[in-house]
Each structure stands twice: as C-alpha cells, then as structure tokens.
Write a protein that binds this ligand. Structure first.
Ligand code: F6P
Length: 319
C-alpha cells in the first residue's frame, strides 16, 4: 500500500482545507494511506505528522485557514535545515507528498523531489495568484471578494464625506489582487508594483475627478508597490482634502472560501492525488483556460504581470 503525505505551506488561503479533504478522500479511495504533516515546513523538519482518515477531514470544506496549520521555515534554505528535513523524511517513510501552497513551497517541493528523491505534486494555493502555470490559485477569489466588499463599504463613507481613501491590499510582489479589486469596484486609482507611479499625476487626476462631479476618490495600493501610510502622507502634502487610509491586511486571508475556491480546491486536490498515485512527480496542477493541466513545479513566467498591465488599461478607460 502506498503512503503519501500532505502538507499546507506558506501563507494560508481560504480553500486549503477543501483541497486537503479532496486529497485525503481521493487517496483513501485509491487504496493509499495518508499522513498529514502538521505546521507546514517546520512540522516536516520535525516529522510532525498524523494519519488522516476520511472522518478527520469531515466538516472542513467550508472552513477558512488550514486544519494542518502552516508555519514558515526559513532554515530550509540552509544546508542544516535540509539535513533535518532529510532525517525527518526517513522517519516518515513516505512514497509521495502533496504540497498545498505557494511558490516558496513549490521551490521547497522541487528540492524534495530532486535532492531527496521524494515524488512531489503541488497544489497552488495563495491569495497572491502569482504562480506560473495556473490562471488561478486557491484563495485568490475569496481574498478578492473580501477586498471588494471592504472597498464597497469604504466607498460609501468616502462619498458621504467627500473624502479620498487610500486602501492597502495584499499580494506580496504581485499587483493582481489590487488591480482586480480596483476593476471590480471602479477605484479611481490602483498603484501596483508592475507599473511605476507618479504621485503628482495621480493628484491631478483626482482633482480632475472632483471637478467633473465625483464625490470621492478611492486609491488602491498593492503592498508590493508602496505602503498606504506613505501614499497618504504624500497626498496630504499635495492636496487640500480630507484623506484617510486603511490597511486591509490579513482580513483578506481569513473566512470561508468562495464557491469558486471550493470547486477549484476540490478539482486540484483530486487531480494532484491521482497523478501522484499514478506515478507522476515534480509537477503542480494548474487551471489553464478552464482546463486542468499539470506543469513543472517552480517555474518563472510573466503572465501575472501581463494581466496586470491589461487590466490597468481597462481601468484607465473606465474611470
Ligand atoms: O503570500 C501570501 C501573503 O498573504 C502575502 O500577500 C503577504 O505579503 C504575506 O503573505 C504576509 O505574510 P505573513 O502572514 O507571514 O505576514
């Protein structure tokens, strides 16, 4: 009987539990044994694992976070950290591992696959949606909906007071979450890491908007481009208007996954497990143009960047 492990790594994202449930139940139905690695990469280095049954993953499809938990383990980049993981893997006696996580976890997964000869299959899960090889990662849609809901609410109060709001959105070095939130809410400006910004030009456009009768200005700023307090400070020094700032932060990572994320997570979890048990390795599953597609782990591409640029043009056209 095959014995596979499953781990959630990096920042949590809504839908990780749904993917975990799919992995466990698919593996069990194919006659494999499943162990859950607890506390992500840190837990892996300590062989912190427990067997998972179908009942262990009952009632988690809708739950935010990850029941396996996820701790970051920067030591994995060091030789000593990798030696520790190597010793833990000997104890765990796994025939394969499904990694539910982001690009950092996939880089780690590629090391496990190549250096430690452990077959690995990746399931992309991050609110940043910055993983090459898939149009969507688990958690992005949920985080986007949270951001949209928050911006809609802030716009109400911004309009009542005629204010400018600077709202910081997560996404690490990728501006997709901020840009799609901006497009979905009709934000006046979206500042993203992929496009250089000019504060004087932004101020001119905002004043132009007020001249045309706008009641407010909403500026979304991706955390990878600038921090909201900095933008607020700079705008206050240029404009004689009431300006407020909000950092959405980790609220974007919590809560129940959207229906779209539950379905994506379920499809990814089933596919990754089937492929791994069928002998595939060193890959991640992705959704490309509506179809499941397995591709290499840890590659680089500028698809997300191209999408951000295309969305920015649309935003300019419509504001
Ligand atoms: O990668 C997911 C993410 O939520 C990023 O958007 C954010 O920059 C980062 O994780 C925050 O990490 P932490 O939870 O360690 O503060």
């Amino acid at each position: 009987m095959k014995r596979i492990g499953v781990l959630t790594g990096g920042g949590d994202s809504a839908g990780m539990n749904a993917a975990l449930r799919a992995v466990v139940r698919t593996a069990l139905s194919e006659g494999a044994e499943v162990v859950g690695i607890q506390r992500g990469w840190l837990g892996l280095s300590e062989a912190d694992a427990r067997p998972l049954t179908s009942r262990d993953v009952a009632g988690i499809l809708h739950a935010g976070g990850t029941i396996l938990r996820t701790f970051r383990y920067p030591d994995f980049k060091l030789e000593t950290g990798q030696e520790k993981v190597g010793r833990a893997l000997k104890k765990l006696k796994l025939d394969g591992l499904v990694i539910i996580g982001g690009d950092g976890s996939f880089r780690g997964g590629a090391v496990l696959d190549k250096t430690f000869d452990l077959p690995v299959m990746g399931v992309p899960a991050t609110i940043d949606n910055d993983i090459p090889g898939t149009d969507f990662s688990i958690g992005f849609d949920s985080a986007l909906n949270i951001a949209v809901d928050a911006v809609d609410k802030i716009r109400d109060t911004a309009s009542s007071h005629g204010r400018i709001f600077v709202i910081e959105v997560m996404g690490r070095s990728c501006g997709l979450l901020a840009m799609q939130a901006g497009l979905s809410t009709g934000a006046e400006e979206v500042i993203v890491p992929e496009i250089p910004f000019d504060l004087d030009a932004i101020c001119r456009r905002i004043e132009g908007g007020y001249d045309r009768g706008k009641q407010h200005a909403v500026i979304l700023v991706a955390e990878g481009a600038a921090k909201a307090p900095y933008i607020e400070y700079e705008l206050k020094s240029r404009l004689k208007r009431s300006i407020r700032m909000v950092v959405l932060g980790h609220v974007q990572r919590g809560g129940s996954p959207s229906a779209a994320d539950r379905i994506l997570a379920t499809r990814f979890g089933v596919e990754a497990t089937r492929l791994l048990l069928g002998g595939e390795r060193g890959k991640m599953v992705g959704m490309v143009s509506g179809r499941l597609k397995a591709g290499p782990l840890a590659t680089r591409s500028d698809v997300a960047r191209k999408q951000v640029l295309a969305y920015e043009q649309m935003l300019r056209l419509l504001t």
